[in-house]
Unconditional design. Sequence first.
Length: 342
Amino acid sequence: MSEVSHSTDIAIIGAGPVGLFAVFEAGMLGLKTHVIDALDMVGGQCSALYPEKPIFDIPAHPQITGQDLIDKLAKQAAPFEPTYHLGQQVIKLEKRDDGRFTLETSVGTKIDAGAVVIAAGCGAFGPNKPPMEGLEDFEGSGGVQYYVKRRADFAGKKVVIAGGGDSAVDWALSLHDIADKVYVVHRRPKFRAAPDSSAKLAALAEAGKIEMVIPYQLKGLKGDTASGKLSHVTVATLKGEELDLEADHLLPFFGLAMELGPIADWGLNLDRNHIGVTQATMETSVPGIFAIGDIANYEHKLKLILSGFAEGASAIHAARSYLFPDKEFHFEYSTTTGVPNE
């Protein structure tokens, strides 16, 4: 592996919305940042899972899509010139005798950092795939997709959506008016989605705009395996009754498999897949390492993006104090300081 050395004030692990806002907060305090993310793009789950799905609880934005939020956060952070290391995972983190940290990534990049902020969501994540033979034959071509990146890709297409949670219901609601046909496959009539969304789904089904395929489960795929072009999705009941649904795309939404990966070996105070922190500073059990966003845990934690923004501000201010313990700081508002390099 090639080795590249970098030095920075703060290394931020995770380039999702909370990590990006932490870049801005660090910049406002005059601190340089390097950001590492396993995905090959910034945005985390917002970009990977719901780029076109509206978010309604971001202050000052009655409605904003996941990707629009990421674009604005990246633009907000841009004046501070963060360095991004994308498509690589931090596999090693060591604290040195001088209180600084050495990070090494999966591609051999080495970073010397004065403090570390972990904004890694719930760690590495990937889709829970249905137990079907031949899935891989149709994944690369887009016949089978686990994330929706562009709603327009499904215009005029026949789409089978499988699952009973929020993602399945939300995308059925979103795609029904542009797709030629939307099937929703679920093993039982009751869904685990928000009540309002479930009610909307039922209304669209009653109006004939969505076809409910219940109680069925995914069984198989048909199509041209050489080209990866999907033609039919086979579903079956527990009694063995089968249906072939004509389909261009299958969207199976069965949740995410999440794991901490190498983070579990860094000597932090772990509670299942979360890192325990002191809420006032977001510091972990290792001084100089902070955790924010979904991966951080404390009493009465709210897993909201807006909570992560506040946690990021607290962590960065605490990180500055860790970096410069003998210096006295005075809090200033952005209306007073402005944005450097703007």
